[in-house]
Write a protein that binds this ligand. Structure first.
Ligand code: ZN
Length: 378
């Protein structure tokens, strides 16, 4: 088995899990946050910098690498790890989410999805077999099954037929996967906001015995309480001895809320995307360092943070760099935001170890400002 999971303990206060996932490129402790490197790069960060932050696994996007530079070139380079000089673990998605979110011209058939390239407009076709072929060529440690990602909200009837198709596609993915001893394939539970369909999806996919399971179709615009309710409902349906991955979730509050509900892995472009707009996650909430009020503020972004950025640079300097479009500015905010989330997950794991994740959540939400009326998600 390419991917195995060890469960160390469950938090007595919340049910959160402390564990470790083993991959062909090393192990990582869970719950964990995975930085996103869409085009085989976590924008502005060198692999050594990601390592120095404490990141052991990153995510890369199949759809984007298929279009640019093409999976054949990555394979010729010796695979994604070699191509991008990253010796830690890599998870690739299936391309499904991008097909459904980036392309407005698409046609779903049993065989797969016809759509247009979001860059050139050329006609393309992606299927379970094709998604497996591309991910086998990329050589990621964890691959994702090709699924349908319906929008929110979707009707019960639509969601039902979509869940059934996703289960049939999952079987085809398992059959098409050429390297099960080198790469682990995760199944994806869908079902939107419908408990009955989540149950059906979990039943179908766990019967196929994947080495890990993702919970998909959340963080697609639904209210936060719907996401938490679906997690409360879905995680108990999944086996204890396999990792669970909540796709596309990366706001600090959702990471803590997801971990409390038994999720082990998370990913999101949020910390890196907002960093490029000069927005930082700090222990006292969100800080937009571009703002004029920081022009003469010679303190660090977060006084409670000991990252490279906060130890060496001031708000005034970083604001100046970003206003002047100097790339060092967004490198420094990206570094800080990723460090903030990696550190947050360290604290979450410590709290699980000591059976106090519920107390940690209350204190963290209070200090970050999530309890205030109209609090933003990050
Ligand atoms: Zn910092």
């Amino acid at each position: 088995m390419a991917i195995t999971y060890e469960l160390f303990k469950t938090c007595k206060q919340t049910g959160a899990r402390l564990g470790r996932v083993h991959t062909p490129h090393g192990s990582f402790d869970t719950p964990t946050f995975m930085p996103v490197g869409t085009l085989a790069t976590v924008k502005t960060m060198a692999p050594e910098e990601l390592k120095s932050i404490g990141a052991n696994i990153i995510l890369s996007n199949t759809y984007h690498l298929w279009l640019r530079p093409g999976e054949d070139i990555v394979e010729e380079a010796g695979g994604l790890h070699q191509f991008m000089n990253w010796d830690g673990s890599i998870l690739t998605d299936s391309g499904g989410f991008q097909v459904f979110s980036l392309s407005d011209m698409r046609q779903i058939e049993e065989e797969g999805v016809h759509f247009r390239n979001h860059i050139s407009g050329a006609k393309l076709f992606l299927s379970p077999e094709k998604a497996m072929h591309i991910q086998n060529s990329l050589g990621s440690d964890i691959m994702m099954a090709f699924d349908e990602c319906p929008p929110y909200p979707a009707s019960y009837d639509y969601m039902k037929s979509s869940v059934e198709r996703t289960s049939r596609w999952a079987e085809r993915c398992l059959e098409a996967h050429q390297k099960p001893s080198e790469q682990g394939l995760f199944g994806i539970i869908q079902g939107g906001e419908y408990e009955e369909l989540r149950k059906q999806s979990a039943k179908d996919l766990t019967s196929l015995d994947f080495p890990g399971y993702a919970i998909g179709g959340l963080s697609v615009g639904e209210p936060k309480d719907v996401m938490n309710r679906m997690l409360d409902y879905t995680t108990p349906l999944l086996p204890d001895n396999k990792p669970r991955y909540l796709m596309g979730v990366g706001s600090p509050d959702s990471l803590v809320d997801g971990a409390m509900r038994g999720v082990d892995m998370f990913d999101c472009v949020l910390p890196t995307r907002i960093a490029r707009n000069g927005t930082c996650m700090t222990s006292n909430g969100r800080l937009t360092v571009r703002n004029a009020k920081y022009a003469r503020d010679f303190t660090p972004i977060d006084e409670n943070c000991d990252c490279y950025t906060c130890r060496n640079y001031t708000r005034a300097y970083i604001r100046h760099l970003i206003k002047a479009n100097e790339t060092l500015g967004i490198r420094l905010t990206t570094y800080h935001n990723l460090y903030f989330l990696v550190k947050l997950m360290d604290e979450v794991r410590n709290a699980i170890r000591e059976d106090r994740l519920g107390d940690f959540r209350d204190a963290f939400f209070e200090q970050y400002g999530f309890n205030e009326p109209n609090a933003k998600n990050f």
